[in-house]
Design a binder for this molecule. Structure first.
Ligand code: C2E
Ligand code: SIN
Ligand code: SIN
Ligand code: FE
Length: 374
């Protein structure tokens, strides 16, 4: 009798997806050492963006924190139209193609690629790439094996994303049922998500945020105020200034949010979900201040980065939108306000990220304009 060891047993653990993909890549290299990169890009149908999501590669400059419109790449659209994976055994053929993604791939010297479209319930949800620095490596025998590995990787990705989406949907539904307007209304969640993604990308290097974390910050950021469903309408919708005691009640929305999230995670059996902490931290700590003067008195280094990012996105959006108790401010006024409190209330880098990306901020505002509820 020989003792068989499950080569894939690491996948049983609660590793982040990035590590699981790295593990699969390691095993794949034992057999085909010329596979230099596995990577996954997610497709967001709302914006037509393909976003880098997870990768495993030894390159110093992997393609990360990057997004491009699917409409901008004919070769990628072609794959979808045909509905089959694509083998390119000499990526030099793309040398004259203007698509930025293709150029960036070429810039890191890959010579061949195998690209599989990923589907969830029949809907296209992203691409999976296998790349090699060598030409002509993808023959029938290799591809037969890669198809199996590819489907495994795609199941890992889809499993994680559907967990994330269910979590998002459940929290959002709770807000909808209680008619809580901030989480519910049209353009608000998209603005919030996109400000958060913009900031997260800018501070990614400093805080070692990879695409997987950025994507979860993007998805969960609009849910930060879920605890407001526990605040009575007489306070929540009060047309004027809150009294001190009303504001004290209002402030409990952060801890209430944390409790609601914890309850949901527990009921769903998702306490161990690797990214649950992002959702929880966002709800619980989005009103902390760098100097410790926030709701729970956490100091700078104890405030999770996702909460710092959401704090700046939240206040910027609150200032530039009308509220029952205030008019909308101009972007200039909001930027000046944020800068005046950078380093005391807000994280300096998060504020700089927003202020320095004015064009992108305005593009987000234009794309996701205020809805009828104001
Ligand atoms: P919100 O309206 O979503 O505002 C989120 C945060 O944006 C506020 O957190 C605050 O940091 C900032 N912000 C919003 N409007 C203004 C403003 O006019 N001036 C300044 N300097 N900052 C602003 P904060 O203060 O902890 O408030 C949390 C929540 O409490 C607010 O969420 C809102 O729902 C409620 N709230 C705060 N002040 C009032 C008020 O005077 N009247 C009413 N009805 N609600 C209030
Ligand atoms: C997406 O972000 O749209 C794709 C995620 C997935 O379903 O795998
Ligand atoms: C492209 O076709 O636009 C990119 C090349 C690849 O990654 O396969
Ligand atoms: Fe809040």
């Amino acid at each position: 009798m020989f003792e068989h060891k499950d080569a894939l047993s690491a996948l049983n653990g609660k590793l982040p997806l990035q590590d699981k993909i790295g593990y699969v890549h390691g095993l794949l290299k034992d057999r085909f050492d010329f596979i230099d990169r596995i990577s996954v890009a997610l497709y967001d149908p709302k914006t037509d963006l393909l976003k880098t999501f997870v990768h495993s590669s030894d390159d110093e400059l992997p393609l990360v924190l990057y997004s491009a419109k699917l409409a901008g790449s004919e070769s990628m659209q072609e794959i979808l139209k045909i509905g089959r994976p694509r083998v390119v055994n000499d990526l030099d053929i793309f040398n004259n193609v203007p698509a930025e993604h293709t150029r960036r791939i070429a810039a890191i010297q890959y010579k061949s690629s195998y690209t599989m479209p990923m589907f969830q319930n029949g809907e296209f949800c992203g691409f999976l790439f296998f790349n090699s620095h060598q030409k002509n490596v993808f023959d029938e025998k290799v591809l037969h094996y890669l198809d199996m590995v590819g489907h495994l990787v795609s199941l890992l990705v889809i499993h994680e994303m559907s967990t994330t989406r269910s979590l998002y949907a459940i929290v959002k539904t709770a807000a909808n049922i209680t008619l809580h307007r901030d989480v519910e209304t049209g353009a608000y969640p998209d603005r919030m998500s996109n400000y958060a993604r913009l900031i997260a990308k800018e501070v990614a290097k400093k805080y070692q945020l990879n695409d997987e974390l950025v994507e979860h910050i993007f998805l969960f950021s609009p849910l930060h105020d879920i605890g407001k469903i526990g605040i009575s309408d007489s306070i929540l919708l009060k047309p004027g200034k809150l009294t001190d005691s009303e504001f004290d009640i209002m402030k409990t929305h952060a801890s209430k949010g944390g409790e609601i999230i914890d309850m949901m995670l527990k009921n769903l059996g998702l306490d161990e979900f690797p990214h649950a902490a992002i959702l929880r931290n966002i709800a619980l700590y989005h009103h902390e201040a760098i100097n410790g003067s926030g709701y729970n008195g956490l100091m700078d280094e104890d405030i999770p980065i996702e909460a710092k990012i959401v704090a700046v996105s939240d206040v910027f959006d609150a200032l530039t939108s009308a509220r029952p108790y205030k008019e909308a401010w101009s972007n200039d006024r909001a930027f000046i306000f944020l800068q005046s409190m950078a380093g005391t209330k807000f994280d300096i880098d998060c504020v700089a990220a927003l202020v320095n990306c004015r064009d992108e901020v305005e593009a987000i505002q234009k794309r996701f304009q205020e809805d009828h509820l104001g």
